[in-house]
Design a protein around this ligand. Sequence first.
Ligand code: NAD
Length: 492
Amino acid sequence: MAVNVEELLSRVPKGLLICGEWRDSSDGSTYEVENPATKEVVATMASGSSADALAALNSACSVQDQWAATSPRERADILRRAFELVHERAEDFATLMTLEMGKPLTESRGEVTYGAEYLRWFSEEAVRDYGHSSPVPEGTLRMITRRKPVGPCLLITPWNFPLAMATRKVAPAVAAGCTMVLKPAKLTPLTAQYFAKTMEDAGLPAGVLNVVSGESASTISNALLADARLRKVSFTGSTAVGRSLLKSASHNVLRTSMELGGNAPFIVFEDADIDQAVEGAMGAKMRNMGEACTAANRFFVHESVAREFTRKLAKRMGQLKLGNGLDEKTTCGPVIEEKALKNLDKLVEDAVSKGATVETDRRAVKKPGYFFRPTVLSNVSSRARVMREEIFGPIAPIMTFRSEAEVIELANDTEYGLASYVYSEDSDRLWRLADGLEFGLMGFNSGVISNAAAPFGGVKQSGLGREGGAEGIEEYTEVQYLGIRDPYANQA
Ligand code: NAD
């Protein structure tokens, strides 16, 4: 059933969530949220100041002990109810994401399912926070380890997956017994605000989750990172911002989780099933219009199959239907903002100036929003910016290679190490490539691999720590070791 957008927007809180109350910012300032498909303003939000950030931290600190003392089952039940509520409100969430971020409704619905899975997964993990017990080798002590919540957390999320990036942090923090301040991206706060309301409706006590978004991200984060009561920062976003947060986090020696940028190689060997590889490439490249940290950024195709792969990929990319994501027929939405659009144009110009061939239609798109036509480039030089930088848009640059050793070297020649993809029918290659590739994630004959049950995260400058999987909750806990005198042992 089609959602009434005006009525939905009227139900989304526009204020800051502090201690269970939705408030205006302390200085009355606001900022606007734009629909990238139409450039229309869809909402005006309260813009948090440093005083608001500190009020949110006060709120988180005031309930931290009480919240940590709740039973794991109680926390699990809240997450489970939230999982069910997100599904009940799936069309609301999907519509909000499409409105503020631009992706087609079918993709937004996919993100609702994916994002909700973190709530279900961590409702199950909340009650499985295992410790460890053993004697010390000398037999003098009994050793017990247990996990305790790390304490109040700052959670900073990007605009590209407005729901899933929030649930991936909020759910394990709730499961572990932490309180938090969530700072969503100012380009896409509506989904996060509606999610916070959903957590309240699921029974999360006031003060556990506080939400402060605003015009200036650093005003909010600097105030919080300077306060010794904050114990952790979990960030998903660009490597540049991640680096600066790591510096600020060093002041109070905070626990940090950093999910940063990527530059994923997509490798197609001569023995790959090419149709399957093209299908996988469409998922790995075009999910979210290419605006994903896991997006295939550099295509390396064996020279013997490069022509066939390029032709088929260009055909599929050319068939995508650009438009407003709220139109069910749209299969490719706009990119997020003007700056992104200009950068994509420059990337293509730069690649062409270094010898690349454009394999797809390059006519301008006659629509009011930030639309960029999906583009395939062949004969791309390894010096082209498009091979060195995170593209974050619908451009697929293709380079050829001759040998396995050569492609492993090419793929690793980046400071990033998040996702990688390999297509081959040779199963032994799986292990050789897994050993050779310096990436936290590898998809083998699969272009979409994110899953709440899997540990997601990068190596090198793609980040620190893992989200999801059994590892995800550990990021929100500290291990405490108890050394207990063994009454039956000879004590030294
Ligand atoms: P961004 O770094 O500009 O912003 C991310 C978040 O940080 C936003 O909430 C933003 O408001 C905030 N922020 C920006 N400057 C800040 C500052 N100085 N201090 C504190 N906070 C600040 O990134 P983006 O453009 O929103 O997202 C795209 C980036 O995120 C890409 O690099 C992408 O690869 C990365 N990303 C990574 C993952 C992952 O899991 N590794 C997932 C999604 C996106």
